[in-house]
Design a protein around this ligand. Structure first.
Ligand code: FE2
Length: 272
């Protein structure tokens, strides 16, 4: 890693946005003390309004998912017992992860530094926030909150192929420097956040950025989107804009393809 330390810094899309005077919540924080993991996580005292915000977001978003979200996501949401009734308890989700794919949850204060993020992912620990967006931000929030982290990301972490791919992603990212880091960030965007999957019954969504966003969930399967085949070499050089609806998305054929395709790309790049 040391040989690249003198290279000019390659800014991530989020860092660039932050430099342009965007909401400070979008600036990743370096973790300075250990974060609570698994059984160490306590349930916050949410206000009634916060619980209502969850209920509203859950019901609204779920109403769009039949025929749009992939089965693996829907099954995962059931396994995690996500419901409108209550903001989920990260500790309980962590226990379901343990029983399914061996992952755990860590409670983090917000968007975290990439080194911290990759370090946790590579150890099969998913960093999640536990605060929810305010009533004024129900339609759009610039930085991840628990609705994005839990509703968007967590169901698929009960899927063994996806979970295995994601751990490999963390390991490869720790090994990557320079342009490879940027490539992996782009690949994360077009898979974990904005991925589609081609099913016999039609195109479906698995990306957390789509599944947790009102605008994206209605847009992603529309004719306004050009869907391209999964190909890591092409994905990593695809430009994207984090602040607008996505005009180009990539579709995998299966989660096995995602896992295997990513593994061979990273091995070729000597990142695994
Ligand atoms: Fe995310």
């Amino acid at each position: 890693m040391g040989s690249n330390s003198k290279d000019e810094k390659i800014l991530s899309a989020y860092e660039k946005a932050a430099q342009e005077g965007i909401d400070p919540r979008c600036i990743p924080q370096k973790l300075t003390s250990p974060v609570p993991i698994h059984d160490e996580i306590v349930y916050p005292e949410y206000t009634e309004e916060e619980q209502n915000n969850w209920k509203f977001l859950y019901n609204r978003q779920m109403s769009f998912l039949p025929g749009r979200a992939c089965d693996e996501y829907i099954e995962g949401a059931k396994a995690l017992n996500l419901s409108q009734d209550k903001i989920p308890y990260l500790k309980k989700i962590s226990h379901v992860f343990q029983e399914t794919t061996g992952w755990k949850v860590a409670r983090v204060p917000g968007l975290i530094d990439v080194e911290d993020f990759f370090g946790l992912i590579s150890r099969k620990i998913f960093p999640s926030t536990d605060y929810i967006r305010s009533k004024e931000e129900l339609d759009y929030t610039p930085a991840p909150d628990l609705f994005h982290d839990i509703f968007g990301h967590m169901p698929l972490l009960t899927n063994s192929n996806f979970a295995s791919f994601y751990q490999q992603f963390g390991i490869a990212s720790l090994n990557a420097t320079g342009i490879d880091r940027k490539y992996l960030e782009t690949l994360h965007w077009f898979t974990v956040e904005f991925g589609l999957i081609k099913k016999p019954e039609g195109m479906r969504i698995y990306g957390a950025g789509i599944l947790s966003s009102l605008g994206e969930v209605q847009h992603a399967l529309s004719d306004d989107v050009e869907v391209r085949e999964f190909n890591p070499d092409k994905i990593v050089v695809q430009e994207y804009d984090v602040w607008h609806l996505q005009p180009i998305l990539f579709a995998i054929e299966s989660f096995e393809q995602l896992e295997d395709g990513f593994e061979s790309w990273t091995k070729r790049k000597k990142l695994l």
